[in-house]
Design a protein around this ligand. Structure first.
Ligand code: ATP
Ligand code: MG
Length: 340
């Protein structure tokens, strides 16, 4: 039997190199051998953007454009808009009874995000429980595999715990998923400190123009102890090398560069020029496809509608099973009354 993949993104902005390294490249590779669902998580985006719904709506289209541009093929992958599948919210409601507030507060990724977003004591309840809504997304599609970046590992662990608890209490109907991590599972931002993130202003976007990419790479953090070209440099923890690790297809050439850098004699500017070349080669075709597709918003909307309908059928069937398992399948409301 073909295994199922579910993965997705928050429509809080266009997608960046972190998404590509963390998850997009794996999705494109596995979509032909797996039943693939890709979720545009607009409800999850609202958990920290409740005051900016127009922005989320706009970014649903941006994210969809990025998907097609990198090669997610709607003929084989099902792209689902989360808010179009209300069954996901229903499942979230059931799952909320299977986790404790203390457990949610221990989630290291959520803790870090709460700190970065500066919520202080005013944490939206929806934000604290978003890992539960992610558990609903993953299990509604009965996904076995979730290709994600390292920040998502606690979410998959949380999902597995919920699945085990649910199956023990109500019967074994849900699938316990596993995370699939890429080689570079946490791409740092150009600041070199935090992970590259749409919300932190440290991202190189897949849609950035060549000049913008050049400028961002030149501003990238490098080792301050590597002041002169002839000084020996540190490869480990060096952001430019982390990017090359993720995106330079010439692995043997990269090993040579590392040796030269460690020995001294390879300057940061020359190294950055190499990274700029690598990124231009990767992003030029993606940018071109994106520009072509941007002229066809109706077609994109149609693909999203079709995918969401297909996704809803799957989620409906899981919800029916869930209701049966939870003894909620009796018919109280048999008919929706017609408006006069
Ligand atoms: P936001 O700041 O709104 O949370 P984000 O940039 O963190 O946005 P998400 O939509 O939360 O992006 O993440 C979508 C997917 O991309 C997840 O699988 C996540 O692990 C992966 N991802 C995001 N940023 C990175 C990164 N810097 N390195 C590796 N993977 C990443
Ligand atoms: Mg995120």
């Amino acid at each position: 039997m073909r295994r199922t993949i579910l993965t997705g993104d928050r429509p809080t902005g266009p997608l960046h190199l972190g998404h590509y390294a963390g998850s997009l490249a794996t999705r494109v590779e596995l979509q032909h051998t797996h039943a693939t669902y890709v979720l545009i998580a607009d409800l999850q985006a609202l958990t920290d953007h409740a005051d900016r719904p127009e922005e989320i709506r706009h970014n649903v289209m941006e994210v969809a454009l990025d998907y097609f541009a990198v090669g997610i093929d709607p003929a084989v992958s099902t792209i689902v808009v989360q808010s179009g599948v209300p069954e996901l919210a229903e499942l979230t409601g059931y799952f909320l009874n299977l986790v404790t507030v203390a457990r949610l507060e221990r989630n290291p990724t959520v803790k870090e995000e709460i700190r970065q977003k500066g919520f202080g004591g005013d944490i939206p309840a929806g934000f604290l429980v978003y890992p539960v809504s992610q558990a609903a997304d993953i299990t509604a599609f009965k996904a076995h595999v979730v290709p994600v970046g390292a920040d998502q590992v606690p979410m998959i662990e949380q999902t597995a715990e919920i699945v085990r608890r649910f199956n023990r209490l109500y019967g074994a109907i849900l699938v316990e998923p596993e995370a699939l991590l890429p080689r570079v599972s946490r791409l740092p931002g150009i600041d070199g400190r935090s992970k590259m993130s749409k919300s932190l202003g440290n991202a190189i976007y897949l849609s950035d123009l060549p000049d913008v990419i050049t400028d961002k790479v030149m501003r990238m953090y490098t080792d301050p102890r590597h002041a002169r070209v002839e000084d020996p440099g540190q490869v480990e923890g060096n952001v430019v090398f982390t990017y090359l690790e993720a995106f330079d297809p010439d692995h043997a050439g990269l090993e040579t560069l590392k040796e030269r850098y460690r020995a001294g004699g390879l300057g940061d500017v020359a190294l950055k020029h190499h990274l700029i070349d690598v990124l231009h080669t990767l992003l030029a075709p993606i940018r071109a496809r994106r520009q072509d597709l941007a002229h066809e918003p109706e077609q994109i909307l149609r693909i999203l509608q079709e995918g969401t309908e297909r996704g809803r059928t799957v989620a409906r069937s899981t919800i029916a099973e869930t209701r049966r398992a939870m003894h909620l399948d009796y018919q109280i409301v048999s008919e929706i009354p017609q408006a006069p």
